[in-house]
Design a protein around this ligand. Structure first.
Ligand code: ZN
Length: 59
């Protein structure tokens, strides 16, 4: 099974947070929690979701 990864710094934040998961949807859900808790962003904008999609890459 392939996996995918996302690093917060690839979205332009000076942040060491990174995660790996089984599907892009899983990463988006966990990124939503991270942005709420760590970056004070209660909701992800459509633009931010697009940037997250673009930053998710296979590992
Ligand atoms: Zn972060």
């Amino acid at each position: 099974m392939s996996s995918v990864a996302l690093e917060c710094r690839s979205l332009g934040y000076p942040c060491e947070w990174a995660l790996r998961g089984g599907s892009p949807q899983e990463l988006v859900d966990r990124a939503r929690d991270h942005f709420r808790c760590a970056h004070g962003m209660p909701d992800l904008s459509a633009e931010m979701l697009g940037r997250i999609d673009g930053a998710i890459h296979p590992v």
